[in-house]
Design a protein around this ligand. Sequence first.
Ligand code: ZN
Ligand code: ZN
Length: 137
Amino acid sequence: MVDILQCTFCKRPFQSLGRKICPECLEQIDKDFFVVRDYIFEHKQTNIDKVSEETGVSKQVILYLLKEGRLIIDDGGDTGGLLKCEVCKKAIKSGRMCERCKEQVAGYMSKSIQTHQAESAKNDNASFKGTAKLKSR
Ligand SMILES: [Zn+2]
Ligand SMILES: [Zn+2]
């Protein structure tokens, strides 16, 4: 089953296999990602407006990459409220949740999934007995 969805970016309908972005836009985003990543690497403290201006990549794409957690923009603490934690609505720099909420979710998950870790220390001692014959005069 293939659904026809409207692409979040170009607004064109396309056959979706679960994503909300068409393959063409995804390809473009992947290209944009490298441009933006390189820019941020060189300009550690910046903001989305500046990045968009300098790289020519639309803010929507940059925001998408930030939400995906593929990019982190350090604009000196002020994110301008563009990205918010989905749980507590605190301003965040990357991803979907703030560190605190992420930890809480992770803690909850590790509690609910109790796994017994069997320690199996089987070290196969593969000894290589190299018989190197050195011919010295
Ligand atoms: Zn598209
Ligand atoms: Zn939070």
